[in-house]
Structures are given as structure tokens and as C-alpha cells.
Design a protein around this ligand. Structure first.
Ligand SMILES: Nc1ncnc2c1ncn2[C@@H]1O[C@H](COP(=O)(O)OP(=O)(O)OP(=O)(O)O)[C@@H](O)[C@H]1O
Length: 330
């Protein structure tokens, strides 16, 4: 697909939170934190771009700078050709942002919050109502549309906030852990809505998520962030290739593993054991041989279940573990 120039270009972004001194006599002293430590990345038109990384890696700090809410110490951010370091106030009309915190619209009903956001984004009254109805319907919010946000459950409120981000059709959406606290139906609605906007409208999405397995199916490229740096950036497939040819084999024994079977005894030394479950990471041919060995003869009688899985982004995330260097691809 022809993607054109970057919708969002970040170069050498640095942000340090200053050290804080505790009040006199208290223990509150905190050292300075370099939360963005020279981040550069490009997000292309129509791309769903994921930011993965452990707690405290600097993902939210990065997106808060991308959305004009936090000023970097140095570096540049260009969104749709606008310099957001110089003109952070422009972010509000360029992109839709779902932050981690709850919203200022808490007192309003879901329907009014969505409609009001549409009006603030320049829609006429009739247009705002029509779009409100479409978004409420699309996300399955009709039953709670008349209730105040502050009276909803955490997951419901999150979905309602997501609805406010969708109205007004911004061509760039920045979503910080959009599915936190949501049930599976709501999570599906979010991923479907994201996918639809990309497929039908060419929208670009920057997505912070911990839910790697779930987000994997929608992500085009992923940057792995660790200690304020991009330690890897590639397609999910490219990242998975980094963990090599290994596949994961899970064996669940009925009771005791049959260690008297030589093939099983050999696997035992490589297995991570958790109760009756053994988890092994093996090259594909060895995994196939192991499956053949445990699904035949006396071992099979002792086996309750097994699964063979190719690497997931979760595996990449764990394998990188913040140790990797030089894995960044454009
Ligand atoms: N307002 C702040 N003042 C001081 N330090 C902060 C502030 N906000 C974040 N930090 C620190 O900066 C680092 C990056 O935090 P950030 O919230 O960006 O991480 P994150 O990757 O989004 O984490 P999580 O996955 O937990 O949301 C952390 O060490 C955090 O403690």
C-alpha cells in the first residue's frame, strides 16, 4: 500500500522530569527521571502503530508530548506538517487523544459528552447529533447513552471516552491503553472501530498497549520502548523473527510426568515447570519431534493436553526484556 510521508515524525525527543524534594522532614525526595531519552520515530499515513513497553518505560510521556500536553526539553515533533513543539495548541484540532486519566466531561451523559465533543471539534448541531448516534450505536453504548459518565463502571466509562475520541473524524488518533478495564465485548468494539477507521478512512492510529496478544492482530508496526528509548521498531512479523525459529510447546500432564520415558526425561531439563504444566521453547524441528514422542506410547497415556504455538509479540516483548540494542528498523 502507498503510505505517503509520515503523519507523525519525532526526532531526538528528550524529556527529563526534574528531581523533587520532599517537604522538610519527610521522605518524599525523588531523583530526576529521563523519561524520553532521544526518541526518534515516523508513523505513516494509514498505519496502526503500537507502543509497547514495561510500566514506567516512558510510553505515556511520549504520547503526552505527541499530543501537545507536555513540552519536550529538546527534539522535534511534526504532526501532519505542524511543529507541535512550537505550537502545542494545534494538537487539539489535528488529532483525537484518549489519555489514561478520566475526562473533564464526567458530569455529562454519554450522549451529551460525545455530542459536545463533536461541537467543540467544529461540527454543526445536526451533524454532531447524527455522528453521536452513529458512534454510540457502533460501540454498543445505546443502553447507557442517557447515563452520566461518573455513574458508569470503569470499563463503561472508558468506552464512552473512546466514543468522544471518535467523533469529528480526526485523521490521527492517539490512544493510551484504550481497552483498560473493558470486558471482551467492549474490547472487540474498540479494535473493530480502530480497524474500520483505518480501512475505510485511512486514519492513522498511535496505540499504547500492554495487551500485546490482543493488539497484535491490528498493529502494522510496533516500537518497543524501554527506559525512554526505542529498543526495537518493526512489523509484528519482523519482531517475531528476532526471537528466531523457536516455538513454544506446552505439555500438561495428567498426574506425574513419565520420566522413565527417555524422550520425556530429556525434555524435563529444558522445561519451565508450573504445577502439571511444562513450557518449552524449542527449534521447530525439535518441537515436532517432541510432540511425536509424547503423543505416542506410554507418554501419551500420561498426557492431558498439549499446545504448540508460534512466537507472539508477547514472546518478543519478554525476550527483548529491555536488554536489546540496535534492533531498530525504520
Ligand atoms: N509527572 C511526573 N513527574 C515525575 N516523574 C514522572 C512523571 N510522570 C512519569 N514519571 C516517570 O517517568 C517514567 C516514565 O513514565 P510513563 O508514565 O511515561 O511510563 P509508561 O511507559 O507510560 O508506564 P505505564 O505502562 O505504567 O503507564 C517513569 O519512571 C515515571 O515514574
Amino acid at each position: 500500500m502507498e503510505r505517503g510521508g509520515p503523519v507523525c515524525a519525532v526526532r531526538d525527543l528528550v524529556k527529563t522530569y526534574p528531581a523533587t524534594r520532599g517537604r522538610r522532614g519527610s521522605e518524599g525526595r525523588a531523583p530526576a527521571v529521563r523519561a524520553s531519552d532521544g526518541i526518534s520515530l515516523d508513523v505513516h499515513r494509514g498505519e496502526i502503530f503500537g507502543l509497547l513497553g514495561p510500566n514506567g518505560a516512558g510510553k505515556s510521556t511520549l504520547v503526552r508530548q505527541l499530543t501537545g500536553l507536555l513540552r519536550p526539553d529538546s527534539g522535534s515533533i511534526s504532526v501532519l506538517g505542524h511543529d507541535l513543539v512550537r505550537h502545542p495548541e494545534r494538537a487539539a484540532r489535528l488529532l483525537g487523544y484518549l489519555g489514561q486519566e478520566s475526562t473533564a466531561l464526567d458530569e455529562m451523559t454519554v450522549a451529551l459528552a460525545v455530542e459536545t465533543t463533536g461541537r467543540l471539534r467544529g461540527l454543526g448541531a445536526r451533524e454532531a447529533r447524527a455522528e453521536r448516534d452513529a458512534v454510540v450505536d457502533e460501540l454498543g453504548l445505546a443502553d447507557i447513552a442517557g447515563r452520566a459518565l461518573k455513574k458508569l463502571s470503569g470499563g463503561q466509562r472508558r468506552l464512552a471516552c473512546f466514543a468522544t475520541v471518535l467523533i469529528g473524524e480526526r485523521s490521527l488518533l492517539v490512544l493510551d491503553e484504550p481497552t483498560t478495564g473493558m470486558d471482551p465485548v467492549a474490547r472487540r468494539a474498540v479494535w473493530d472501530a480502530v480497524d474500520r477507521r483505518r480501512a475505510e478512512r485511512g486514519a492513522t492510529v498511535v496505540l499504547v498497549t500492554h495487551n500485546v496478544l490482543e493488539a497484535e492482530s491490528v498493529l502494522d508496526r510496533v516500537a518497543v520502548i524501554d527506559r525512554g528509548r526505542v529498543i526495537a521498531c518493526d512489523t509484528p512479523g519482523g519482531l517475531k523473527d528476532m526471537v528466531g525459529e523457536e516455538v513454544r510447546l506446552d505439555l500438561v500432564w495428567r498426574d506425574r510426568p513419565p520420566l522413565d520415558v527417555p524422550e520425556v526425561a530429556e525434555l524435563a531439563s529444558a522445561a519451565r515447570v508450573s504445577g502439571r504444566r511444562w513450557t518449552l521453547r524449542l527449534p521447530a524441528d525439535r518441537a515436532r519431534a517432541a510432540v511425536a514422542a509424547v503423543t505416542a506410547g506410554p507418554a501419551f497415556a500420561a498426557l492431558d493436553d498439549f499446545t504448540l504455538a508460534t512466537p507472539s509479540l508477547e514472546d518478543v516483548y519478554l525476550a527483548l526484556g529491555g536488554r536489546a540494542e540496535g534492533l531498530v528498523k525504520g
